[in-house]
Design a binder for this molecule. Structure first.
Ligand code: FAD
Length: 552
């Protein structure tokens, strides 16, 4: 059996190695248009910033080492330029321009994605870069080494954009981020991203939100990044990080079906619409397990997992099904970490799926043990059944393990009730006896059971104070140092003796710092005959931070 693999990085290299393990005698040829294979794309920003000091550390394998270990032919600087599905052959262009044909029994496409580079005036100016591969990295590194880069603009505030912002800052540049949307990290909800806004501002990063770039102009040694709004910023270099598109030209030209979101269509066995041609990684679209709708998921873990599955299907016939990815992702943003899994509130709204959410603030480990740090967890779930839709977490420590646990539950069809059953490791340096996950679960179950009707910070901003009382149950000192406008302050410890100050015929929304005292106040009022009481999810902390960022 002869297997040809197009693309030698995440999906391609994984599949090639697995094919060899599954069939010692198969012929395997890997065709890669670039100079390198099996390198760590995810590590590239950290090499640029200097955290990874040795360039060689980016390479997991060389063409020679991979070829020898797995007894395969690895041909770098060999670009596949066409596929003929009828004759089961591909045409390949060598570096010197010569072209040859290679036939196959099974073909795998793992060609990845290409950075979006819109045709804006001045986009080809020296000093404007995109980052996708080792060549891009070398070019950026060389520019940093040979120019006095005192300032840098990152256009696009997704995962790679924010990683680049941190790394250019680390490399000594004053960094500005330009983002078309009103928030950083579009994959998470605004209230979660607000933590990053504040953190980046504290680090001296300038944010240009709701600004789209119209053109780039050369101004002496600088580049002027001009926005549609008429504003502009001068800089020494620009990183464009406004997204990627699946690399589908080969597939399209070969007559393979391209799906509705623009990725290569594959079935559950990762086989394309043409028999014996398979595809994986950033180039494919696949139904989201929660929505059933196809989507593009540009992440390394799914590419690797698909590579392993597809290898088995190529060797043994279609036996292993791929279950789809829910979009579990994480980024280090300076000292903070932000992670997400499943569907955010924003996405659920777009999809018109009925949901509710909860926001909880906890400490990363027991508060009495040194260096416990704040951690915010947002859950989205079905208001009737409690089925988990998504989780988002932002903080300084332990963000990854919380989101990984939630991701595991979501992938297994879990509910908020399952959060309570998680048996987690606990000793004071690591967690609390009641882990942030459990706290989030308790709050969510109180919402679904109706014990604690909850509202969001956005709801508060739209609340009519003629019909609703906003009740701040924090201490007088806390209230004095900042409160929701027009709220009434009755500290929770005085509430039992002062509830006669509150009308029983109006809606009352309780709030405290993070939600716990507000919940206690709600219990007290409800037990005493107040019929329409709700608690602010995430408390004043969420409201104040999100409102501040929204008003900026
Ligand atoms: P790739 O790994 O991009 O490999 C595709 C290869 O195919 C390329 O080498 C390309 O040259 C080759 N190719 C394309 N067309 C042809 C052709 N016609 N002939 C021959 N060869 C061809 N994901 C995460 O989950 N976490 C992270 O932290 C993370 N960080 C990232 C940071 C950066 C800077 C980048 C660029 C990506 C990051 N990703 C991250 C995304 C992750 O790297 C990708 O999802 C993953 O590499 C996709 O694998 P792939 O095999 O589909 O494509």
């Amino acid at each position: 059996m002869k297997h040809i693999i197009i693309g030698g990085v995440a999906g391609g290299a994984t599949a090639a190695a697995r094919i060899r393990r599954a069939d010692e005698f198969a012929e395997i040829i890997m065709l890669e248009k670039g100079k390198y294979i099996s390198y760590a794309n995810c590590g590239l920003p950290y090499y640029i910033g200097g955290t990874i000091t040795e360039r060689e550390d980016l390479f997991l394998q060389t063409p020679a080492s991979l070829g020898k270990r797995f007894n395969m032919e690895v041909r770098v600087e060999n670009e596949v330029i066409s596929i003929d599905a009828e004759t089961k052959s591909v045409k390949v262009k060598r570096k010197d321009g010569s072209v040859y044909a290679e036939n196959y029994d099974k073909l795998l496409l793992s060609p990845g994605a290409t950075p979006v580079k819109p045709p804006l005036e001045g986009i080809e100016l020296e000093g404007i870069f995109t980052l996708r591969n080792v060549d891009d990295t070398d070019t950026i590194k060389e520019y940093l080494n040979s120019h006095k880069v005192e300032s840098a603009v990152v256009v696009g505030a997704g995962f790679i954009g924010l990683e680049m912002a941190e790394n250019l800052h680390r490399a000594g540049a004053k960094v500005s981020i330009v983002e078309m949307g009103n928030q950083l990290m579009p994959a998470v909800d605004f209230s979660v991203a607000a933590h990053l806004h504040l953190h980046l501002l504290q680090k001296g990063v300038q944010l240009f939100l709701e600004q789209s770039v119209e053109r780039f102009e050369k101004q002496g040694n600088n580049i002027e990044v001009c926005f549609k709004s008429g504003k502009s910023v001068l800089t020494d270099m620009v990183i464009l990080s406004i997204g990627v598109r699946p690399e589908t030209k080969l597939a399209k030209d070969a007559g393979l079906i391209i799906g509705e979101t623009g990725g290569i269509w594959v079935d559950e066995f990762l086989e394309t619409s043409v028999k014996d041609i398979y595809a994986v990684g950033d180039a494919i679209e696949f139904p989201h397990p929660l929505t059933g709708k196809p989507w593009l998921n540009y992440l390394a873990n799914p590419a690797n997992r698909q590579g392993r599955i597809v290898a088995d299907n190529m060797v043994f016939g279609n036996t292993v099904k791929y279950e789809g990815a829910i979009g579990t992702a994480i980024a280090k943003v300076f000292d903070m970490t932000v992670a997400t899994t499943g569907l955010s509130a924003k996405r659920l709204k777009q999809l018109e799926i009925l949901y509710t959410s909860s926001t909880t603030h906890s400490a990363s480990h027991a508060g009495y043990y040194p260096n416990a740090l704040p951690l915010t967890l947002k859950l989205t779930f079905d208001p009737a059944t409690g089925k988990l839709y998504g989780g988002q977490c932002v903080g300084y420590d332990g963000v990854d393990k919380r989101i990984d646990q939630i991701a595991l539950l979501i992938k297994n069809g879990g509910t908020i009730y399952d959060l309570l059953k998680i048996e987690h490791t606990y000793a004071p340096p690591f967690s609390s006896a009641k882990d942030p996950i459990a706290i989030a679960g308790y709050v969510a179950t109180n919402i679904v059971s109706g014990v604690m009707p909850a509202v969001t910070w956005r709801h508060i901003r739209e609340t009519d104070l003629n019909t609703t009382i906003l009740l701040d149950v924090r201490t007088r000192g806390e209230h004095a140092s900042g409160a929701i406008p027009n709220s009434v302050n009755i500290p929770v410890d005085e509430l039992r003796s002062r509830m006669n100050e509150l009308p029983k015929d109006k809606e009352i929304i309780t709030y405290c710092a993070v939600g716990l005292r507000g919940y206690l106040a709600l219990i007290i009022l409800t037990a005493n005959g107040f019929k329409n009481v709700k608690n602010l999810s995430g408390g004043y902390k969420t409201y104040a931070l999100a409102s501040m960022c929204l008003n900026k």
